[in-house]
Design a protein around this ligand. Structure first.
Ligand SMILES: Cc1cc2nc3c(=O)[nH]c(=O)nc-3n(C[C@H](O)[C@H](O)[C@H](O)COP(=O)(O)O)c2cc1C
Length: 330
């Protein structure tokens, strides 16, 4: 395809291969920001998405933390939802049937406070039809280890992945927390433990206080920051993970438009997830998919896979991004 090709050129191929997963496009809805898919159906046809990662599921229903649980910050959102969810049985009976009847891969995000809970979730979901993959959220306190978060230590992170790996043949995605010193070490450990794919990042530990009432703005005092504020952190974490492992990686964190998504794809991720942007613009994912398509047309690329991972690490100045504005991509 010639650069700046005209409208008669074929539509670029956005499909990607992520280890065992073939996706029609690389833009996924991030866990906890897209409910169970149906909530957004009036804005976006779920079948347009690369995949839907559903809200994190635990063995039993959880009410989450008391309110207030959300606070806005400049360019971000701090949440302390506390992993409220309907629980495994209700998910299978009440939520999954809607998604199972749609042509969209369903990725089930799972979490627990004990290794045994992760393993039981793995084995019970293994027997359920209509699930494309499991995403393991390891940003949870390990109750047996005094509440230390599973994902903050390589051996503990690996033990969660091994526990789930033994119970299911479903593709496994392990979702990393950025709240660690060396994210590459955690990535290596979960890859060796058998994850097929890594996704990163979860939210960044954060806090907000009110100077007049002299109180925290969240009932839980601390929470997790998401949205545009964390994109540079997410990009750096993802880059370090890509350097550390061979398995495919999904980039997450602050992706709001097609250019953001393209930054992650450029450094080498096979796909991205979009979270907080859905709260601002419910059709954000659709806009991002169309923006990536438009970018490939402008660049004269027939396949997204020809762009992924083509970062030239020689620094450039001035940046060339103004040309994106000219083609309506900002
Ligand atoms: C309200 C809210 C709820 C979330 N719930 C989950 C969850 O249940 N499981 C999980 O792994 N991540 C959860 N996340 C993290 C997101 O999936 C994502 O990793 C993070 O928000 C960064 O992406 P973003 O900046 O695009 O939002 C949640 C985020 C938000 C804002």
């Amino acid at each position: 395809m010639a650069k700046n090709s005209n409208a008669s050129a074929p539509v670029p191929d956005l499909s990607v291969q992520l280890g065992p997963l073939r996706l029609k496009n690389p833009v996924l809805a991030a866990s906890g920001t897209y409910g169970y898919g149906e909530e957004y159906a009036q804005f976006v046809d779920p079948e347009a998405l690369g995949a839907i990662v559903v809200k994190g599921i635990s063995l039993h229903p959880r009410p989450g933390n008391p309110p207030p649980r959300l606070v806005e910050t400049p360019a971000g959102l701090i949440n302390a939802i506390g992993l409220e969810n309907v629980g495994l049985e209700n998910f299978i009976k009440q939520k999954l049937p809607y998604l199972r009847n749609r042509q969209v891969p369903v990725i089930v995000n799972i979490f627990g406070n004990f290794l045994e809970e992760y393993a039981e979730l793995g084995s019970r979901l293994d027997a359920v039809d209509g699930i494309a993959a499991l995403e393991i959220n390891i940003s949870c306190p390990n109750v047996k280890q005094g509440g230390m978060v599973f994902g903050t230590e390589p051996a503990m992170a690996a033990s969660v992945v091994r526990a789930v790996r033994q119970t299911t043949s479903l593709p496994l995605i392990t979702k990393l927390t950025p709240n660690v010193g060396r994210i590459g070490d955690i990535a290596k450990a979960v890859e060796e433990a058998g994850t097929d794919i890594i996704s990163c990042i979860n939210t960044v530990a954060a806090m907000a206080v009110d100077v007049f009432s002299r109180r925290p703005k969240l009932a839980n005092v601390v929470g997790g920051l998401s949205g545009p504020a964390i994109k540079p952190i997410a990009l750096r974490c993802t880059y370090e993970v890509l350097q550390a492992v061979k398995c495919p990686v999904i980039g997450i964190g602050g992706i709001t438009n097609a250019l953001d998504a393209l930054e992650f794809l450029l450094i080498g991720v096979g796909a991205v997830q979009v979270g907080t942007a859905n709260f601002v613009r419910p059709a954000a994912i659709l806009e991002i998919i169309r923006g990536i398509e438009r970018f490939l047309e402008v660049e004269g690329l027939a396949r997204l896979e020809d762009y992924i991972g083509t970062l030239d690490t020689d620094c450039i100045f001035p940046f060339a991004e103004e040309s994106c504005e000219a083609v309506g991509l900002t």
